[in-house]
Design a protein around this ligand. Structure first.
Ligand code: ASP
Length: 595
């Protein structure tokens, strides 16, 4: 029953036929998307990457053997049909298909292959569990949503390549077998057979190599780079993901911002068919935390955090008074939520539960009604203080005020979390509206409570702001870095920095985080050595490609943008990775598995 191709070629794809093809004899090949028997007349929706074409088998017009074969076509069979392209009878056109005005009246049919019944329906909106779909990923990829994501990903990647090439960037590959990198996450390692006991690491990013390419004088580098990080289970992370990785010489952060804005603009123009306004707003880390309680703010959410430490501290509420005493280390912050005065006690209790889970002692609240406060902490605010509070927060009748006191970073984080949660649940945020923002001037160091020591906030090659250079060792906490992130709609899309190219600054940073010269030598001596041969001032950034695809093209997780993703526990359900290896291979690698 299965027939060979016999050199036959397609005249059209399943997405091609339009009114102008009426009367042509055509040959199509594809998968049997759906077969319907309408009282003897057989309809076949034939599908390929390009679309779906309706094929009709009319018993009165075809030979009995062809009809018999047609009746045997099962779901996802691979078939070849020949016949006449015709306009569909008036009234039976399908406006949802690009080929919907046409059908093919088939008189020839070859079944090129059969198919088992797929374990889940391939129509869109598949209700099958993700595990089942990952197990049969090749079938899942036949679904239109995933297919469109991968097509978009290809087009977007091509736009990036072309734009950056036009800007003088060179695409240069860096090694996959590298020396373990100092970027924070755990390395995936590969045993070196020729050097028993030694290991390569798979790169967490091309960071060190791209910096060395600047020392070599390449000036502008990019790479669509695979990055591998052996991180613990975290929602919506993948052990391997792709970055648009850039590095540039003789630049300040403005130059890096320009290139990234230009790249995104070209994606918008070419692949999304719309304009993108640049430059993006720039927000310091400090401001971002103060206004949004997050370093990846969602600017679509129409309310911000306000500082009401002074006003609330003058109320009769003891918690607010205490927060004022230790200001500015502590404070009282307010989140005025427009229109949420209708929230029930139960909803407010849920907000408080979120706050407590995030570490807050509690969450104070009041509704705004008739120009006054109502419920919650209202009783602690006399009239004049209420007026001040309303003015400072911009809250109006019908709004809900949420107030959080405590150490400032904690209160920011808590209200930032509630802002995102409420913003997403109660406001119609448009997923097609993209609000980009640069968040920059992050602290250079972060205090690692567990180690009672300073650690690098990004990586140790990040350059401090010029004006903070004198404080690297004397007051690390105040040192800001030339470190920046690109955020959009609550996502972190990119992260990068201007790098340290001077040995004295590098050594000073390493002393601050307590890294011994030997340790630095051992970990990335090769970079430090390269820096001794005329390293130019340089900087760069990396954009998460998978995340960009999901953001621009819809989809829930970055798995939807990756052809063969892994599960949250880093397994591949389709091919069964990871898997044990042959004891013989272990022996050759001089490795023994411990119980
Ligand atoms: N390598 C950095 C990262 O993966 C990006 C950069 O600083 O360019 O986050």
């Amino acid at each position: 029953m299965i027939e060979p191709l016999r050199g036959r070629k397609r005249t059209h794809t399943c997405g091609d036929l339009r009114a102008e093809h009426a009367g042509e004899r055509v040959r199509l090949m594809g998968w049997a998307h759906r077969v319907r028997d309408h009282g003897g007349v057989l309809f076949l929706d034939l599908r390929d990457r390009y679309g779906i074409t309706q094929v009709v088998f009319r018993p009165e017009k075809i030979s009995p053997p062809v009809l018999e074969k047609a009746r045997a076509i099962g779901s996802e069979y691979v078939v070849l049909i020949e016949g006449a392209a015709k306009p569909r009878p008036p009234g039976s056109e399908n406006a949802e298909l690009r080929t919907g005005a046409m059908e093919v009246e088939a008189d020839q049919l070859a079944i090129l292959n059969q198919s088992k019944t797929p374990p889940f329906p391939l129509d869109d909106g598949a209700t099958a569990s993700e595990d089942l779909r990952l197990r049969y990923r090749y079938l899942d990829l036949r679904r239109d949503v995933l297919k469109q994501n991968l097509i978009f990903r290809h087009r977007m990647t091509r736009s990036v390549r072309e734009y950056l090439s036009d800007q003088g960037f060179l695409e240069i590959e860096t090694p996959l077998l590298v020396k373990p990198t100092p970027e924070g996450a755990r390395d995936y390692v590969v045993p070196a057979r020729l050097h028993p006991g030694k290991f390569y690491a798979l790169p967490q990013s091309p960071q060190l190599y791209k910096q060395i390419l600047m020392v070599s004088g390449f000036d502008r580098y990019f790479q669509i780079a695979r990055c591998l990080r052996d991180e613990d289970l975290r929602a919506d992370r993948q052990p391997e993901f792709t970055q648009i990785d850039l590095e540039m010489s003789f630049v300040t952060e403005d130059d890096v911002f320009d290139v990234v804005e230009g790249t995104l603009q070209s994606i918008f123009r070419r692949d999304l068919d719309r304009d993108l306004e640049t430059p993006f707003p720039r927000i310091s880390y400090e401001e971002s935390m103060a206004r949004f309680g997050s370093d990846k703010p969602d600017l679509r959410i129409p309310f911000e955090i306000r500082d009401v430490t002074e006003i609330a501290g003058a109320s009769a509420f003891e918690v607010f008074r205490a927060a004022k005493k230790d200001a500015p280390k502590t404070g009282t912050l307010a989140l005025p939520v427009p229109g949420l005065g209708t929230a029930s006690r139960r909803e407010i209790d849920n907000f408080e539960a979120t706050a407590k889970q995030a570490g807050a002692g509690g969450l104070a609240w009041a509704r705004v009604k008739g120009g006054a406060l109502d419920g919650g902490v209202a009783k602690h605010f006399p009239g004049d203080l209420t007026a001040k509070l309303l003015e400072a927060t911009g809250a109006r009748d019908g709004d809900l005020l949420l107030l959080c006191s405590g150490p400032r970073p904690l209160a920011q984080r808590v209200l930032g979390l509630l802002r995102t949660q409420i913003g997403n649940a109660a406001f119609k945020l448009d997923s097609r509206e993209f609000r980009f923002a640069w968040v920059h001037r992050f602290p250079l160091f972060e205090w690692l409570e567990a180690h009672a020591a300073w650690g690098p906030a990004h990586h140790i090659f990040t350059m401090p702001l010029e004006e903070d250079l004198p404080y690297i060792e004397t007051d690390p906490g105040r040192v800001k870095a030339q470190l920046y992130d690109l955020a959009a709609n609550g996502n972190e899309l990119a992260s990068g920095s201007i790098r340290i190219h001077r040995k004295d600054i590098q050594e000073s940073v390493m002393r601050t985080i307590g890294m011994k010269a030997e340790e630095a030598q051992e970990k990335f001596g090769f970079l430090l050595e390269a820096f001794e041969y005329g390293a130019p001032p340089h900087g760069g950034i990396a954009l998460g490609l998978d995340r960009l695809v999901v953001l621009f093209n819809g989809g829930e997780s970055i798995r939807d943008a990756i052809a063969f993703p892994k599960t949250a526990s880093a397994t591949s359900l389709m091919d069964g990775a990871p898997a044990p290896i042959d004891p013989k291979d272990l022996k050759e690698l001089k490795l023994r598995i411990q119980d």
